[in-house]
Design a protein around this ligand. Structure first.
Ligand code: EPU
Length: 370
């Protein structure tokens, strides 16, 4: 998805407009500091630390026709070097509450804190989603998933502000059109997630382990369960080994996670794609998994086999593939948004040319296009 705005709204006007909302308004904030990729130019930022402030701020900006960019954990955003001309509404709510049956988290709560607190409180279910950067409220938007578990499987309901009608209500998963890394929330600006609620396992056991690499790490047969805390530790180790756990010292983690989704090739094109791969790579086993209406290939594998190995294109390029996982595009410290986009184009076009598969970006791209 691409978000655009052409004109810059004066800071003074925004301050006056939002005076009664409870938001803290800041001028010319470098957005690079609010994203895990650490790129992006300046914008006016309205920090909202309560649900009331968040609702009032969005309603006020919408009524005034000012473009809004919602930002929470900043882990799935690639913001252009020009920044954003409207107002960045920063969702900084933090609340996490447990009941007998699960957990309710405000949208701005750090996702991994929700997972850690659930495990520490004796609940199972979320442990496979350990170590994922970003906020709780963002998880249903793109149906975050890892190690065989997706948010859609555990979500009980989502509290939404409807920006068109002004209504606030709880929506159930069947209304949200979940698919692989997508939902109706991803492709529309109509709703703001205010809170999420998950049904958890009160016995403290993990979800059944059905990701081979994780099951192997725990010496478990696929389908078995383990204490949630053990699974969380194993997931954190696996993710860290791939540079997928944030660490300010490690540039391999200055990323937006997986930059591309794993492509699903329709059944009728499968033979053609496999032939293209065999022609270029030789007779090898290609990681591929059955999926709705086709076969899901591994984007990381395709990128690597198309000639973009770990660390591509090497020193001193400011934007490079992670040295631990080819699916993460990383900022080595001084990259601009344009550097990141140029690398993304090179990789996308190379894979398309060699294998006939067009990779689609996973992060939201603001103020530019791939
Ligand atoms: N591979 C390579 N080279 C690499 C990395 C991976 O060839 O550098 C190949 C290997 O064949 C490997 C396969 O790709 O077996 C799959 O790799 P991995 O298990 O790391 O999973 P992924 O498909 O690359 C997905 C999610 C991740 C999630 C992991 C673990 C997507 C786009 N990505 O990655 O989610 O953490 O599985 O479940 O679905 C994210 O969405 O931002 C994200 C990090």
């Amino acid at each position: 998805m691409t978000v655009r705005t052409s004109h810059v709204v004066p800071f003074q006007d925004v301050t006056e407009l939002l005076a009664a909302t409870g938001a803290r308004v800041r001028n010319s904030v470098p957005l690079a500091g609010l994203t895990t990729l650490r790129v992006g130019g300046p914008a006016t930022v309205a920090d909202c630390e309560s649900v009331e402030a968040l609702v009032a701020t969005v309603r006020t900006l919408d009524a005034a026709g000012i473009p809004v960019l919602l930002l929470a954990g900043g882990s799935n955003l690639l913001i252009s070097d020009a920044g954003f001309g409207g107002v960045v509404v920063r969702i900084a709510t933090r609340g996490i509450e447990f009941s007998e049956a699960g957990v309710t988290a405000e949208a701005g709560a750090a996702w991994d804190e929700v997972v850690a607190a659930s495990v520490a409180s004796g609940f199972g279910g979320l442990e496979c989603l350990s170590g994922i950067p970003g906020s709780a409220g963002a998880t249903p938007v793109q149906n975050v998933g890892a190690y065989g578990v997706e948010v859609a499987q555990l979500l009980r309901r989502v509290r939404l502000l409807d920006r068109k009608s002004g209504e606030i209500r709880w929506a159930t998963p069947d209304e949200l059109g979940f698919g692989y890394r997508t939902s109706v929330l991803k492709h529309s600006d109509r709703s703001v997630v205010l809170a999420v609620e998950f049904a958890l396992r009160p016995d403290g056991r993990s979800a059944p382990l059905n990701y081979r690499e994780l099951a192997a790490a725990l010496d478990a047969a696929e389908g078995e369960t383990r204490p949630a805390g053990q699974v969380r530790e194993a997931v954190l180790r696996l993710r860290a080994g791939k540079g997928m756990v944030l660490d300010a010292e490690d540039h391999d983690t200055w990323s937006a996670g997986s930059f591309f989704t794993n492509p699903v090739v329709p059944t009728e094109r499968e033979a053609e794609v496999r032939a293209a791969i065999a022609k270029y790579v030789g007779d090898v086993t290609v990681p591929a998994y059955p999926s709705v209406a086709g076969v899901k290939f591994s984007a990381g594998w395709l990128i690597e086999r198309a000639g973009f190995g770990k660390g591509f294109p090497g020193t001193p390029a400011p934007a490079r593939l992670s040295t631990k996982h080819t699916l993460a595009l990383t900022n080595r410290g001084a990259a601009t948004a344009e550097d990141m986009l140029a690398l993304a184009r090179t990789v996308r076009d190379g894979v398309a040319e060699r294998f006939g598969i067009r990779l689609e970006p996973e992060p939201v791209i603001v103020g530019s296009t791939l």
